[in-house]
Ligand binder design. Sequence first.
Ligand SMILES: Nc1ncnc2c1ncn2[C@@H]1O[C@H](COP(=O)(O)OP(=O)(O)O)[C@@H](O)[C@H]1O
Ligand SMILES: [Mg+2]
Length: 241
Amino acid sequence: MIGRQREIAVLWHQIELARAGGLRVALLAGEPGIGKTQLLRELARRAAVEGITVLRGGASDAEGMPPYLPFLEALGRYIRAADPAELRAQVGALFAPLAALLPELADRLGDPTAGYPLPTDQARLRLYDALGDFLAAIGAQRGLLLLIDDLQWADPATLDLICHIARRHGLDGTPARLLILGAYREGEVDAAHPLAPLLWRWREHAEVRHLRLVNLPVSDHVRVWEPWPEVTRWVVSPAAS
Ligand SMILES: Nc1ncnc2c1ncn2[C@@H]1O[C@H](COP(=O)(O)OP(=O)(O)O)[C@@H](O)[C@H]1O
Ligand SMILES: [Mg+2]
């Protein structure tokens, strides 16, 4: 991992605030290849070292992907790896609404009351509340870092859900020990993009940090130039570049 010390410090501070007891949202914008995913990975590594629970999911532009994909990925992985007793305590009375979206729960904890329907419009609020409460329960002991990559491809339902959780568990509601950290391709989000209203709503929120990744300064690089394999490496130091 080269550079990005400032960004890491800013985001780490948000993680600390969330861990101390309060929901935060951080957004990372930048062009493709600038290093968004790399930075998420580095923060995930550091958070895991500190004992913070880390969940990761990403949106996709592949065809046929279901709604809520980042949450299905993040929570599906968590459920498959979690200790069953701890999982049961975290899920509590939310089993039925959660199991409608997360079949892994029934696999790990046994069959729930069978045949709970997939969310209709009426059941959606209940599902959103259940997912938010589940995340709050997961983060209750050690804090939770929820990483959502490639938000520019997120389906509207995923964005609604993020908004709902942010409202319910922090921005205006009961705080959870949760940092939602999302990354997106800045150039792909214009005014008509589904992400735009969310960015607009959060633009001046004290609990939301918005960072823009730009190219690493040349001084952060040690460029290695190898014109021919047999020729000695030319290492251009920061001072010489
Ligand atoms: N700070 C960094 N230090 C070292 N390698 C990096 C850094 N940032 C990005 N990279 C590398 O550059 C490539 C593109 O970065 P990536 O994080 O995938 O970009 P993005 O997610 O913004 O499209 C990856 O191979 C990644 O490992
Ligand atoms: Mg990426």
